[in-house]
Design a protein. Sequence first.
Length: 126
Amino acid sequence: MRGFVRAGCGALAIFAVLSFMAAPAGAAGALAIGQCAAYGYAYDYPSVNTAQQAAMAKCDGACKQVVTTQKGCVAFAVDGRKPCGAHGYANATKLGMAENSALKQCYRYGGKDCMIRAWLCDGRKS
C-alpha cells in the first residue's frame, strides 16, 4: 500500500513541476488600436515588445496606439453607432475591470452606444 502512495505522490510531484515549466514565464499581450474600430491583437508572447510588434502587424498599418499587458487583460470599446467616433481602452488585472474602464472612457469621450469591440487576457487571468 505504501508503494502505491509513494508512486502517486511522485507522479503528482512530477506533474506539478512539468506544469510549472510549461507556463509562459513572461507572458505578454498587446492590443493595437486604430481609427474606425480597427484593431490587432497578440497574446502569450515572450515579451511586451514582441507582442506590440505582432499586434501592429495584425492591424495592417491602420493602428496608431498599443495597449499592453503582462498576465492581465486589455479591452477596447467603440461607439456602436459611430465606430469612427468615440472609443476607449484599458488594461487591468481582471477582464471585467478592463471592460468597465474601456466603456467608461468611451462614454466620457462622447460615445452614446458604447460596446466592447475587442478584448484579450494574457497569462490565463480572466
